[in-house]
Design a protein around this ligand. Structure first.
Ligand code: DGJ
Length: 731
């Protein structure tokens, strides 16, 4: 059992293979955070000895003890309005208008297995893989009760957290904040790394020392967003890929989120993460409960690489679901950058024919196959085939494509509606807009009110009709704008603040229904590329189109940032045409391939326009991806360079049994009269012998990890790197 309790001292230890998390309910029932770090198997409370800090007051029961202050002590779920002036985890307005909440310990339960959260994605694990601790807290004056849930995945060094807030009183209350996690770190000198960006340039890591006060990364866009990601690292200043202490936390949520980190007056840290409280209000009538999304955290004493490995394993094995979660993914050809909206059945079929000859497994028909959709001004919501473009319908096209030995996939953007669509003309009230105000348009489109059951049912029925009309193996689920103008006609005015979260619940509910009804269909998430790249979506879609930027050079940065938390198998990545459509950059086709292989591999260009040499290159790339696919997706991933600052991007995959090693990457620029770049490998057995397959040379693991290997001299810019080693001997 990974959870130990000392009932007398009300002391809880959550123990994983290498780490330990400690909690204690003190004599006043305040739930104190004691420790998160390396395993000590020792009550670490002795480290907490607080002075009387001026203007940090004391709870009433502490009498004249001026050193007992909620404003200084580390806590598990910080309260509002009762003298802890740092970030609160929960906010509430009671019927009388007051806003205090004072949560005190009431009891606990321990169960085998992992709790789940109604309506929300969560890590899942069986009784042998996880244990759950639930701690009950209560605000006695109002009878608002909070249950903090912790699950321990011992072998993965993972702890998950979620809270349930229940109104057991007799009058209504309104939640104004309901965080998933509050994490206090009393000691140390910490920096943080968050992942920021924009459309076509997502998840760029930014590392900065913490400054006194609050720093934040968040989204108010209704989606987890291109601009910030709901995942954050805190690390000690000397922490590197392979050394030092760091903590990774991610939120399994696809809507607006907020991560705040406060460095307080006495240099302690508090992190609070959860649904973004901006515009959030949730009414709790007596007897009602609110469930927060799940936060997932891991601690490493051996640098960020360990954290990434922990998160990759957790997401692949305990977040992603369904037939494809660990399965080989089809190599696909997507027609978007090949045709945009300008296609008909013949054009698509010609692309498929060429793709089949080169060894591609699946054709994905992107935007433009439905309704009146010849550009992005119209048609969204009308999920019936545009027979002017697809003469003979979808059935006939898919038959021809499957006869080539290929599978067929199709694009949807279910959450949207164009004003110029039959759906909007019939149900204008289904679009999100505030009565009396003009809604914001973005890409000419509006959002459907996913909180409404009728809307979900319409989408379910429309998608089912298409899926049942042809042999469809894959859905790309797109979403191409940020959400604003929150309002729904189905909620009373005092509940409008629930809308943004209810939207996400509606989306999850629809995805749950569809993925359950169509277990053989591979779902790929997308939001203008990586605008909703989060663990919530990965619960339904085991891969997500990583970015609308398909430029191989830019992708090294985007995929580098993405790799800190998200596994390679989750990253949608394609070889596209040159000059690249987003940047005009020209990169060699092999370079584009190594970048795209760091994901669920595919192509996104008109293969008919390529030279014979390029076609041969593609054939060989597909053979190589099939050979390396298991190593790439199931192996351990190592970031060997930092492409944000280095002049090259190099990464490494090591198979779980250690028998194979693949080094991929690119040298950004060449220059004459320079030494070859030396790269040190990681994750090898020091005494084993490895053979470099390209020339048969052999090295010990120790040599490759200490001395390293010289990368081939770059010839031309964006020169590709591929070094494949196999184990020839050793221990
Ligand atoms: C945005 C996606 O990221 C693209 O790949 C493509 O599907 C377009 N939308 C289609 O509108």
């Amino acid at each position: 059992m990974a959870i130990k309790v000392n009932e007398k001292n009300r002391f809880f230890q959550l123990i994983t293979k290498n780490t330990e998390y400690q909690i204690k309910a003190d004599k006043f029932g305040v739930l104190k955070h004691i420790w998160y770090g390396e395993r000590t198997d020792f009550d670490m409370e002795y480290l907490q000895n607080y002075p009387d800090v001026g203007f940090s007051g004391n709870i009433y029961e502490a009498g004249n003890c001026r050193t007992y202050s909620l404003d200084t002590m580390p806590q598990e779920y910080s309260c509002q309005g009762i003298g802890d002036f740092r970030i609160s985890a929960v906010g509430i307005t009671h019927t009388d208008g007051s806003g205090a909440i004072d949560l005190r310990y009431k009891g606990y339960r321990i169960t085998k297995g992992k709790y789940s959260i109604p309506g929300l994605p969560a890590v899942y694990a069986d009784e042998n893989e996880a244990d759950t601790l639930e701690i009950d807290l209560k605000d006695t004056a109002s009878d608002i009760c909070v249950t903090l849930k912790y699950a321990v995945l011992e072998s993965l060094d993972m702890i998950t957290r979620s809270a349930v807030i229940c109104n057991k009183g007799t009058t209504a209350a309104t939640l104004t904040k309901a965080a998933s996690l509050c994490l206090d770190i009393p000691y140390g000198n910490w920096e943080w790394i968050h992942f920021h960006g924009r459309h076509t340039m997502e998840r760029l890591p930014e590392r900065a020392p913490l400054i006194h006060g609050i720093q934040e990364c968040s989204s108010t866009r209704g989606a987890s967003s291109h601009q910030q990601n709901p995942a954050v690292l805190i690390c000690e200043p000397d922490c590197t890929e392979t050394n030092g202490n760091c903590i990774g936390v991610l939120l399994m949520y696809s809507g607006s989120f907020q991560t705040q980190i406060e460095l307080d007056q006495i240099n302690q840290i508090r992190m609070v993460m959860g649904i973004n409280p901006e515009l959030f209000r949730w009414k709790l009538n007596p007897g009602e409960a609110f469930y927060t999304p799940e936060a997932v955290m891991s601690y490493s004493t051996t640098g960020m690489e360990t954290l990434s490995h922990n998160f990759h394993k957790t997401i692949r094995h305990y977040v992603c679901r369904g037939k494809y979660k660990l399965a080989e993914r089809p190599v696909l050809i997507n027609n978007w950058e090949a045709t945009y909206f300008d296609f008909d059945s013949d054009k698509i079929f010609r692309i498929a024919q060429q793709a089949a000859e080169l060894g591609v497994d699946m054709l994905v028909l992107d935007d433009g196959w439905f309704g009146k959709r010849n550009d992005d001004c119209s048609g969204l919501g009308d999920w019936f085939v545009n027979e002017k473009k697809l003469q003979g319908g979808l059935g006939s096209l898919t038959q021809k494509i499957t006869a080539l030995g290929m599978k067929f996939g199709i694009w949807f953007e279910p959450e949207m509606v164009s004003e110029d669509s039959d759906l909007y003309r019939l149900h204008p009230d289904w679009a999100i807009q505030i009565p009396g105000r003009n809604p914001m348009r973005s890409r000419y489109q509006l959002f459907l009110d996913m909180s409404r059951q009728k809307v979900q049912d319409y989408l379910y029925d429309s998608i089912v009709k298409i899926l049942d009309s042809a042999d469809i193996s894959y859905i790309k689920w797109d979403m191409n704008r940020s959400i604003s103008d929150w309002y729904t006609s189905t909620l009373s005015s005092d509940r409008q603040g629930e809308m943004a979260h209810r939207y996400v619940l509606g989306l999850y509910s629809l995805l749950e229904r569809l993925t359950t009804s169509y277990p053989d269909v591979l779902f790929e998430g997308c939001s203008g590329g990586g605008g909703r790249f989060d663990a919530g979506m990965l619960y339904y879609c085991p891969q997500i189109w990583c970015s609308d930027d398909t430029d191989a050079f830019e992708r090294t940065k985007i995929q580098y940032g993405t790799s800190f938390f998200y596994p390679i198998s989750a990253v949608g990545s394609h070889v596209s045409a040159v000059p690249n459509h987003q940047t005009g950059r020209i990169t060699p086709i092999e370079t584009r391939a190594v970048a795209a292989m760091a994901g669920s591999f595919g192509y996104e260009l008109d293969l008919n326009t390529l030279s014979d040499d390029e076609k041969q290159a593609i054939k060989s790339q597909i053979v190589r991806f099939k050979k390396y696919g298991d190593l790439i997706h199931n192996g351990l991933y190592y970031r060997l360079s930092d492409p944000m600052t280095d002049e090259f991007a190099v990464w490494e995959y090591v198979s779980e049994d250690g028998s194979e090693v693949l080094v991929h990457g690119m040298i950004f620029r060449t220059s004459p009269n320079t030494l070859q770049i030396r790269i040190r490998l990681r994750g090898l057995s020091p005494i084993a012998m490895y053979r470099l397959e390209s020339d048969g040379s052999q090295y010990t693991g120790k040599t490759l990890m200490n001395g390293g290997i010289l990368l081939p001299k770059a010839w031309g810019d964006y020169c590709p790197i591929e070094l494949h080693f196999t184990l020839v001997g050793g221990d």
